[in-house]
Design a protein around this ligand. Structure first.
Ligand SMILES: [Zn+2]
Length: 317
């Protein structure tokens, strides 16, 4: 459908919902956003999405629209187009979002989990540009992943490919939100960095971290800031998390042999403070021939990623 230049991108987040109209080159021509009224139930949120979609489509003939892309936190079934109660969207038990949009707008609609959709955006427009095999990893509240292999998104059998955050990197390690022990996410995510700082607070009473926050209120952001100001304790906590991240990436690299690993928020904010220890762990745990073709880099799109992620679902082909 090369003669249908426009794409609608819908981003469903726990705090914010957004809708854009983009052209076939990914340029955003209209944008709407609202705080997510998630407490009022899924019907209200879908109503918000419909209203914003109508606004960005105002004056645009449906024949000029290739399709609607929807990016949402999982778990979800991308084929059937159904969202199954993501942790940030309470009450979304089996919401058939794809068919709801198709019935309402008469436009073909695709649904994808947000990590996969963001992977496509970084692959096409961001730090993954020019690579053929790319692993994208969110690195913030959670550690999610998206795999673009030979230029195509790899979803796995039931949309669970790329869940790198829940690979085991420490036997009998801390309990993860998923119920297992020793997951990468339980050792290297933002909340895990905060927990580790709290655990070690008694050994580091003079750290800058404790001038920024009490142990109860500490976040990864406090640790990153203190590390940037030269605080050795904060640097130690970050390096420990980054070491586990390096082990996780080494495992993925040994399996997939990618040329690019693109890392989200914490790598973007902390830069070399995490990338340096991460590369050292990678050097220990991945073969030299695997490493010699691999670049580990921070994501580039920042806030633009959310706008482009859902749009990319119609740029893939
Ligand atoms: Zn887990």
């Amino acid at each position: 459908m090369p003669d249908a230049p426009y794409i609608v991108g819908v981003d469903i987040g726990g705090t914010k919902v957004a809708c854009v109209l983009a052209d076939g080159e990914g340029r955003i021509v209209a944008r709407q956003w609202q705080p997510t009224r998630s407490a009022e139930g899924w019907q209200v949120v879908v109503g918000q999405l419909f209203e914003m979609t109508e606004r960005v489509l105002q004056g645009v003939s449906p024949q000029l629209v290739r399709g609607i892309g929807i990016s949402c936190g999982g778990p979800l079934d991308s084929q059937a187009g159904i969202v199954y109660s993501p942790p940030n969207l309470p009450g979304w038990e089996a919401v058939p979002i794809k068919s709801l949009f198709e019935e309402r707008f008469g436009l073909p609609t695709r649904l994808e989990n947000d990590a996969n959709a963001t992977a496509l955006a970084e692959y096409r427009f961001g730090a993954g540009r020019g690579s053929r095999n790319m692993v994208f990893m969110t690195w913030g509240t959670g550690i999610g992943g998206g795999l673009v292999l030979d230029g195509r998104l790899y979803r796995g059998t039931n949309d669970l490919a790329g869940e790198i955050g829940h690979t085991t990197v420490l036997l009998d390690g801390p309990l993860c939100g998923c119920g297992k022990r020793g997951c990468l996410e339980a050792l290297a995510s933002g909340p895990s960095i905060a927990r580790r700082a709290r655990e070690l607070a008694g050994e580091s009473p003079d750290s800058l971290v404790w001038q920024k926050s009490s142990p109860e209120g500490v976040t990864a952001q406090h640790v990153v800031e203190a590390a940037q100001e030269g605080d050795l304790f904060a640097r130690y906590v970050l390096a420990e998390a980054a070491t586990y991240m390096g082990i996780g990436i080494a495992n993925v690299a040994q399996i997939l042999n990618p040329e690019r690993v693109v890392l989200g928020t914490i790598a973007v904010k902390a830069g070399e403070l995490v990338l340096e220890p991460l590369r050292r762990a990678l050097a220990v745990h991945a073969w030299q021939r695997v490493r010699q073709v691999l670049q580990v880099v921070p994501a580039e799109l920042g806030d633009r990623a959310q706008d482009l992620a859902a749009v990319c679902l119609w740029l893939e082909d």
